[in-house]
Design a protein around this ligand. Structure first.
Ligand SMILES: Cc1cc2nc3c(=O)[nH]c(=O)nc-3n(C[C@H](O)[C@H](O)[C@H](O)COP(=O)(O)O)c2cc1C
Length: 337
């Protein structure tokens, strides 16, 4: 059985983390692929048409394999009117400060997963990775018949076992240090990446991809020695030249010190790791995901346009202080000299 690295034709054991919201641009995905890693396009917030365009843009820049990443469908609960009122009231001062009227919840807040998956199948990348849950058998079968490898995300051993039973080709093990949204669907242990990798390597047979807090060549080497086939790095690429990271976000990352990250539901309603700011401190009653994500969208867009890091979701992992600027190829060379 060829290894995952061989099946994907990789020269480096490093996957660029998919970063939805415009960070993992086609330029960044292609640059990582051209340097020998696996680039991942974070497509969860894209419409089906945008997924097709982004896939075509990657193909114009590279002939190397790449991954498209989506959020697995989740059961969502509708918030009550008083919950919406309270969440709106909490955000209103931030809106007033930006010269915006109070936020309003748009009627439809969740995307159409089936249509997104159809668009991804059309792009036909080497890999379809997903987070936040499990895919149905028919989804996995649609990937299999097209020769697309399916990679799920687990935050603990039990989730990894469930994904293996579902028949995925590989599993991203997301340790607690990882940036951005927690990818699991059951109780999150916020596991140490190295310990989780070691434990999973003993109880799961599919190839494993370790993620969370991997910022140096020594970190990468350690998880491979612990049994991972590949590593997935996000924070390490946030300040890459080719990344879509906004100027105020880049400045906040450059100034970050160890211990500056928190787990917060303030921006999206789903727990995610990022830098502390006025919004993480000031929002105590967010709506569930995806409603809170929709409710904060206007604030985040206005904040980015005004260069205001205090109202942006500044996703960052615990390794943020070890991040550096540079091209994707330079960052990869630091992770795998
Ligand atoms: C801005 C941003 C967006 C992210 N979006 C996604 C996503 O859409 N899908 C996903 O599977 N992971 C996403 N992640 C998380 C990464 O896949 C991964 O778990 C994490 O980057 C690994 O930890 P590290 O940052 O410490 O390297 C995102 C990370 C960042 C920084």
């Amino acid at each position: 059985m060829p290894s995952l690295t061989q099946r994907l034709g990789l020269r480096l054991p490093i996957v660029l983390a998919p970063m939805a919201g415009g960070i993992s641009t086609p330029e960044l995905v292609a640059a990582v692929g051209n340097a020998g890693g696996l680039g991942s396009l974070g497509a969860a917030y894209l419409t089906p048409a945008q997924i097709g365009e982004a896939g075509a843009a990657v193909r114009r820049l590279t002939q190397e394999p790449f991954a498209v990443n989506l959020f697995a469908p989740q059961s969502t609960s509708e918030p009550t009117a008083p919950q919406v009122e309270r969440a709106v009231a909490e955000l209103a001062p931030f809106h007033a400060d930006l010269g915006l009227p109070p936020p309003a919840l748009p009627p439809q807040t969740s995307g159409d997963f089936e249509a997104q998956l159809d668009a991804a199948l059309e792009v036909c990348p080497a890999v379809l990775s997903f987070t936040f849950g499990r895919l149905e058998t028919r989804h996995l079968e649609a990937l299999r018949v097209r020769g697309i490898l399916a990679i799920g995300t687990a935050t603990g051993l039990e989730e990894a076992r469930q994904l293996e039973a579902d028949g995925v080709d590989s599993i991203v093990l997301q340790g607690g240090a990882a940036v951005g949204h927690r990818g699991g669907w059951s109780e999150d242990e916020l596991a140490d990446t190295l310990a989780l990798t070691r434990a999973a390597a003993q109880s799961v047979r599919v190839p494993l991809i370790a993620a969370g807090g991997l910022m140096t060549a020594a970190d990468v080497r350690a998880v491979l020695d612990a049994g991972a086939s590949l590593t997935q790095c996000g924070t390490a690429f946030l300040r890459a030249t080719e990344a879509g990271t906004s100027a105020p976000y880049r400045a906040a990352l450059a100034a970050a010190k160890p211990g500056d990250t928190v787990l917060t539901r303030a921006f999206s309603g789903r727990t995610a790791r990022g830098l502390r700011n006025a919004v993480t401190a000031g929002i105590g009653h967010p709506l569930p995901y995806p409603q809170q994500n929709a409710l904060t969208r206007q604030m985040r867009a206005a904040g980015a346009a005004a260069g205001r890091a205090d109202v942006l979701s500044l996703w960052a992992g615990e390794g943020v202080a070890q991040g550096r600027e540079g091209t994707a190829a330079e960052i990869l060379a630091g992770l795998w000299p």
